[in-house]
Ligand binder design. Structure first.
Ligand SMILES: Nc1ncnc2c1ncn2[C@@H]1O[C@H](COP(=O)(O)OP(=O)(O)O)[C@@H](O)[C@H]1O
Ligand SMILES: [Mg+2]
Length: 269
């Protein structure tokens, strides 16, 4: 049965081996199903560590993670099933791409699901089309640009057709045109009822895209709720220095605004 909460964290604590400070510290959180969720926080807040717990790559030292209110089953079979349903696009595409060519990389997941060759191929071509990779299918993955790698990593996850899609720092290596394309994909998936969860340090992305926002700081959740509620909470945003734009102290005053600055060229000497 599908619950209203798709992923739940209960008092999760996790420290990377050999480190003293926990990356996730008593983290408790419920993520709503079928919504557009943004996990917002600065570098080091614990967003990527949270993601890696969602598909069982990392396992809590204490506390537990539940998917549709069932504790994650960390057996081999359990993890295989979980990763079929929860797709994570890593922050660094190089962590995701490991096959010789883009085609092989995109095919790996669907073939691993035990789909027929024909169905696997269909999924791969749809995902490649969505991510504008059709012309790059034979390209070795190491010979892709940063943006192409990011799209290949996303396509590999889309080809698995997961019900929950987590994308870590989706805007990082994409130019504005590609961002628009990728967010169109997120929009389509969202309209199909899938849960899309993005991690970012960009307040504007949370403000304009999310239905539900989670604010992380120091491995903890310091706020979570509907976008309007979180965006109206100046005190909360001030705790992470996001109550005003970082560039505000440097903003040009009106008389120096570009429109009033004479252009160089004729008549300008
Ligand atoms: N592989 C790792 N080994 C050791 N420490 C790590 C590793 N990955 C992240 N950390 C640490 O865990 C904390 C949370 O990091 P991370 O989850 O990457 O945050 P975010 O994604 O929000 O930037 C940070 O202090 C970071 O230095
Ligand atoms: Mg990160």
């Amino acid at each position: 049965m599908k619950s209203e909460t798709v992923l739940r964290f209960e008092h999760v604590r996790f420290t990377y081996p050999g480190h003293q400070t926990p990356a996730l510290d008593e983290l408790t959180l419920a993520l709503p199903r079928g919504q557009r969720v943004v996990i917002l926080g600065h570098n080091g807040a614990g967003k990527s560590s949270l993601f890696l717990h969602c598909n069982g790559i990392l396992r809590p030292d204490a506390g537990r993670v539940l998917f549709h209110e069932e504790p994650i089953d960390y057996s081999r079979r359990g993890l295989l099933d979980l990763r079929r349903r929860i797709g994570v696009v890593f922050q660094d595409a190089d962590d995701q791409l490991f096959s010789a060519s883009v085609l092989q990389d995109l095919s790996f997941g669907p073939l691993n699901l035990g789909l027929s060759d024909a169905e696997a191929r269909r999924r791969v071509y749809v995902a490649a089309e969505q991510c504008d990779l059709r012309h790059l299918l034979d390209r070795p993955t190491h010979a892709l640009s940063g943006g192409e790698k990011a799209r290949a990593a996303l396509a590999g996850v889309l080809a698995m057709d997961p019900e929950v899609l987590l994308v870590d720092e989706p805007t990082a290596s994409l130019d504005p045109l590609m961002r628009r394309q990728v967010f169109t994909i997120f929009q389509d998936l969202s309209e199909q009822g899938k849960t899309i969860i993005l991690a970012t340090h960009e307040l504007e992305l949370a403000r304009h895209w999310a239905d539900f926002i989670v604010v992380m700081h120091g491995g903890r959740v310091i706020g979570a709720g509907a976008r309007t509620q979180i965006m109206a909470d100046q005190q909360l945003l001030a705790r992470i220095g996001m109550d005003r734009p970082w560039y505000e102290p440097f903003m040009a005053s009106e008389e120096y605004a570009p429109a009033n600055v004479p252009c160089t060229g004729q008549g300008d000497s």
